[in-house]
Design a protein around this ligand. Structure first.
Ligand code: 3HC
Length: 321
């Protein structure tokens, strides 16, 4: 071996050692998120709780009443049964034990402040109301240990605004999951200016630890997916409103012509028309000159009539029959 190749070899060994050290550090950081408290036991919160419990995290789900929490846990159990059916098709006893082990990882609470006492990570998935979110984090900031990371699963609000009442902005970020959480493979990890590298890396590691692919995005309206998806959904409604095509034909068009799993009207009903209306109204207020964010009279009308989509039995389609 000549001098230059031995120097190269030494550099390689040093590089390998430093990479291994780097890996050990990031593994150590990943290992720190074991206890996760999810605030909000709705569809998104329950889904996040499920995937976290499935991957060995200890999970506390917090909501306002035991009644809501019972519904939430029943939903997790039902969704887990679908996972078991698929993953343990030839191994019923393995499936039974997976179900039991996963459910044993989940507990519930109605008092958010005591539920964060041992949390490494708090994920908020409550109503999209900035004041309510800010009040929540102000309270949790005082109750949670110093090292606890806070994250919001908001669809469209600014993470920096949600974090405003917290004194731990360096340990704050966005973790945006997609519905249905057990099936959708993506998590958007959002950092604000103050988010530390350690916090960002821990959030990415958590997203990966629950089996998702992570992408990162600045704290910009709609992050990546909703910023593109929501204007597309609204354009579909405008196309129908102009009488150019029916909802059914637009849905079939996008499923068969673009390979989407659901057409835009099916997806609007699935996500909830109230959710989409909330996103559009907020963006329209912030960016009144952007026609992409114009509200939709059709959606406004359905929401006013209480027709919110699948969850109420009717939206653009009727699910009661
Ligand atoms: N839990 C566990 N498993 C579930 C599930 C759930 N809640 N929902 C569906 N599945 C599983 C089923 O068991 C089934 O498994 P299999 O393939 O082994 O049989 C598989 O997913 C497919 O489900 P179905 O057969 O019931 O129905 P579909 O094939 O029509 O799939 C769907 C349903 C996965 C919802 C699919 O239509 C889809 O991907 N739709 C698009 C969803 C989407 O775009 N989500 C993003 C919305 S935007 C968002 O969430 C952002 C927010 O901020 C607004």
């Amino acid at each position: 071996m000549n001098v230059s190749s031995s120097v190269l070899k030494m550099s390689f060994i040093n590089l390998t050692k430093s990479c291994t050290r780097g890996l050990a550090t990031s593994v150590a950081r990943m290992a720190t998120i074991k206890n996760v408290t999810i605030i909000g036991g709705g569809q998104m919160g329950a889904g996040i709780a499920q995937v976290a419990a499935q991957t060995g995290h200890r999970v506390v789900v917090v909501d306002q009443s035991d009644e809501i929490l019972l519904k939430s846990v029943a939903g997790i159990q039902k969704s887990l049964a679908r996972v078991v059916k698929k993953k343990f098709a030839d191994d019923p006893s393995g499936g039974e034990s997976f179900l039991k082990t996963t459910m044993a990882q989940i507990s519930t609470a109605t008092d958010a402040e005591s539920a964060v006492k041992e949390a490494d990570l708090v994920v908020e998935a409550i109503v999209e109301n900035i004041k309510i979110k800010q009040n929540l984090f102000e309270k949790l900031d005082k109750a949670a240990p110093q090292n606890t990371i806070f994250a919001s699963n908001t669809s469209s609000l600014a993470i920096s605004e949600i974090a405003q009442t917290s004194q731990r902005k360096d340990r704050f970020g966005g973790l945006h999951f997609f519905n249905p959480v057990p099936v959708m493979k993506l998590v958007e990890v959002v950092r604000i200016d103050e988010t530390s590298d350690d916090t960002f890396n821990s959030l990415v590691a958590f997203g990966q630890a629950v089996g998702k692919t992570t992408v990162s995005c600045k704290d910009t309206p709609g992050f990546i997916v909703n910023r593109l998806l929501v204007p597309y959904l609204m354009e579909a409604v405008r196309l129908m409103d102009r009488g150019d095509a029916s909802a059914r034909d637009i849905d079939v068009g996008m499923k068969l012509g673009a390979g989407h799993p659901m057409g835009p009207f099916e997806l609007l009903d699935y996500v909830g028309l109230d959710v989409t209306k909330f996103i559009m109204d907020g963006w329209h207020k912030d960016f009144p000159d952007n026609p992409l964010f114009n509200p939709s009279p059709s959606i406004d009308k359905l929401v006013a009539e209480g027709k919110l989509g699948v969850k109420t039995g009717e939206g653009f389609y009727n699910y009661k029959k």
